[in-house]
Design a protein around this ligand. Structure first.
Ligand code: TYD
Length: 140
C-alpha cells in the first residue's frame, strides 16, 4: 500500500498519480468498479502480464491478495491509499460499502487471454513457477 500525494486546501482535496522517471508503474488503462452490492465479490483472477494500482475514490472496499503462498487483506478507505498489485497475484475485491467507487489503473491494455480465472489452474501455474513467487514476495 502506498500513499498518494494529497493537495489539500480550503476549497477541497486533490490526489495525484503521474508517470515519471521514478515511477516504475506506467498507467495505460483505467477502469472503475462501482454499483457493487456489499455481498458481491469481484475479481477472483490473476493476470499474467498486467500490473494494477487500485484506489477507492469513494466509500471503502476490501482487497484480498494471494501470491501462491501468502494471503493478505487490505482495506482501501481513502483516495490517498493506492494498492499496487503485481502480475500473477490472485485478487478479490469484496465488502464494497454503499456507493463505493474503485478506480483501477493498469499498465496494459485489456486482453481477456491474459487472465487466469480458475483458482486450481493458478495454483498449478504458481507451483511450476517458483521464480515468480520469489519475485513477488515482499511486495505484498
Ligand atoms: P471482470 O474482469 O470480470 O471484472 P472484475 O475484475 O471486476 O471481476 O470484467 C468484467 C467485464 O468487463 C468482462 O466482460 C470483461 C470486461 N472488461 C473489458 O472489456 N475491459 C477491461 O479493461 C476490463 C477490466 C474488463
Amino acid at each position: 500500500m502506498r500513499k498518494l500525494q494529497n493537495h489539500l486546501d480550503d476549497t477541497g482535496a486533490m490526489i495525484v498519480f503521474e508517470n515519471s522517471e521514478n515511477e516504475s508503474f506506467q498507467a495505460r488503462r483505467l477502469f472503475c468498479i462501482y454499483g457493487v452490492s456489499s455481498d458481491s465479490k469481484r475479481g477472483n483472477h490473476a493476470n499474467i502480464n498486467s500490473e494494477f494500482l487500485m484506489i477507492c475514490l469513494k466509500g471503502h472496499v476490501k482487497i484480498g491478495v494471494f501470491d501462491g503462498k501468502t494471503e493478505k487483506e487490505y482495506v482501501l478507505r481513502s483516495p490517498e491509499d493506492a494498492l499496487y498489485i503485481p502480475r500473477m497475484i490472485w485478487k478479490t475485491m469484496y465488502d464494497f460499502s454503499e456507493e463505493a467507487v474503485l478506480l483501477v489503473l493498469s499498465d496494459q491494455l485489456y486482453d481477456a487471454d491474459e487472465y487466469i480465472r480458475d483458482f486450481e489452474e493458478y495454483i498449478g501455474v504458481m507451483k511450476n513457477n517458483e521464480e515468480t513467487i520469489h519475485n513477488n514476495t515482499g511486495i505484498l
